[in-house]
Design a protein. Sequence first.
Length: 294
Amino acid sequence: MRIHPRKIMSAIDFSNFTDTIISYSVALCKKYDAKLFLVHVTNDLNTLLKHNETALDVEVLQKSNIRYAQELFADLAKDLAIENEIIISPGTPADEISRLASEQKADMVITATHGKSGFKRFLLGSVTEKLMKTLHCPLLVLPTQEQEFISPTGFEMKLKNILIGCDFSPDSKLAFDYGLSLAQEFQAELYLSHVIKPSRYKDQREEISELRGRLEKQLNDMVPETCREWCTINTALLDGEPCMELMNYAKTQGIDMIVLGIRGHTLWEKLLVGSTTDRLIRHSLFPVLAVRQI
């Protein structure tokens, strides 16, 4: 399954990490010849102030915020050299980004995990977590530190090692398809990993041995033989808590991006978006592409 995004949406709020989001977004757009949507959501002041008595002219202030965002975007977009569209809209950030992504039929949304100043409202547990539950397309969540494989000039991306977390669910299969497609596009080395929690099997050592053999076969069987002709595939069974084990494994293997599926169909699963993918995004030093079944 070859993934080819044609429309990539960047959620921008002009924090210190705007340059990081722009760099990734432009690099991916250049790689796939995709259109970039630069989106900024201004807080709906009518909603924020409706319970407070104020002498502020809300409409004038809202227009001022939009005008300021337009000026900042004009400066950002002038040197991008790719097709782009600027969208500034009032509302609740997560809801509005999801709505715009659906309206524009975006193939991917890019944001960052946390930061200072205005970016505090993008803390996980609010905007990013809600986007993981509501977006119809994959969400690429960036850490705040710089990545060596993003060129500071020219907006070029070189993904060399991609890790896919596999639990053999339909969500995991979709994440595998995205990871494999990225590996093909960037000629990257692919790492497939499944994490076993030993506490579940501490009194069943013989069963663990059989289980490991079966899981190793499942990991290897995920990869079509034709893919092995152009891609180096590495498989690993890890033992422990999935979040920490995947992060430690990513560090030792020099991973550039982690791809994970999100389970989000039932109310209980939505409350647990929150399992491995959510925890990994909260603590990861690496970009995480979160993929959810529609």
